[in-house]
Design a protein around this ligand. Structure first.
Ligand SMILES: O=C(O)CCC(=O)C(=O)O
Ligand SMILES: [Fe+2]
Length: 247
């Protein structure tokens, strides 16, 4: 566990010249292909297994009383539809694991690299912090079985407008990125592959988005994830108060 930060801080692991591609899906919505090296992907998959071992196990969150098809577990702040809390009151009442510093640092680097091509005067308004750094206080870890999906939605339960930083591992998916008005067109479908980084903030922060389909048998061998897709999203939810602990 202690070697982990080096894997992410070695300068040569920051960018991968071979095959790296930047795609601006919309202003503030940037996809960097293969941002994670194969070793980093494998590391995160194994880390996901450790995080999923508890104290709070992954569960299918309820949306309007119906379980989602993805299984989720959180670090830092536990996500339930319409609320973030330190305690997983809808699972087993245990506190979620804290955010490791190395993961916070990976998120800072990811947001900075995704937005490196925007003039600072533009992207400065997309961050809460005056120094323009993205400092995540929570991570949502989603596991998609080959039949799982996520319907079009906005991420709007956070109390900051900081970008959402998202990593894909394992099977590829068809990710739909839409507009900020409603779940319908215009939208774009992009394939997210293992190792890709997707950041959405600024004018795209409240765009509707979803996962339409997992593309089976696309997980690269180096991930050691035979079936399914893992998505890790880092956020600065900006919460300082946990209503669940008042009770
Ligand atoms: O799995 C993904 O790529 C997106 C996940 C997502 O939108 C969310 O957790 O809010
Ligand atoms: Fe989302």
């Amino acid at each position: 566990m202690n070697q982990t930060p080096e894997l992410f801080t070695l300068p040569e692991s920051l960018t991968h010249e071979q095959g790296e591609k930047r795609l601006e899906v919309a202003t503030g919505a940037v996809l960097l292909r293969n941002w994670l090296s194969p070793e980093q992907q494998l590391f995160l998959v194994n880390q996901f297994r450790r995080w999923a071992a508890g104290p709070v196990p992954p569960r299918r969150p309820l949306i309007y009383g119906k379980p989602m098809s993805v299984q989720s577990v959180s670090l830092g702040w536990h996500w339930q539809n319409y609320a973030y809390s330190r305690i997983a009151s809808d699972v087993n009442g245990e506190p979620v694991l804290p955010m490791p510093q190395w993961l916070i640092d990976v998120g800072t680097k990811a947001a900075a690299e995704a937005y490196a091509e925007y003039p600072e005067t533009a992207s400065a308004r997309w961050f809460t912090r005056e120094d323009n750094r993205f400092v995540a206080d929570s991570a949502l870890l989603n596991y998609y079985s080959p039949t799982a999906k996520m319907g079009m939605h906005q991420d709007k339960e956070e109390s900051t407008n900081d970008p959402v930083v998202s990593f894909s591992l394992g099977d590829s998916c068809t990710f739909r990125f839409g507009n900020t008005e409603n779940r319908n067109r215009p939208y774009q479908d992009v394939q997210l592959n293992s190792g890709d980084l997707f950041v959405f903030g600024g004018p795209s922060r409240y765009a509707y988005h979803g996962v339409m389909k997992i593309i089976p048998d696309t997980s690269p061998k180096h991930c050691d994830l035979a079936v399914g897709r893992i998505n890790i999203t880092l956020r600065n939810i900006g919460a300082s108060h946990d209503p669940h602990q008042d009770r």
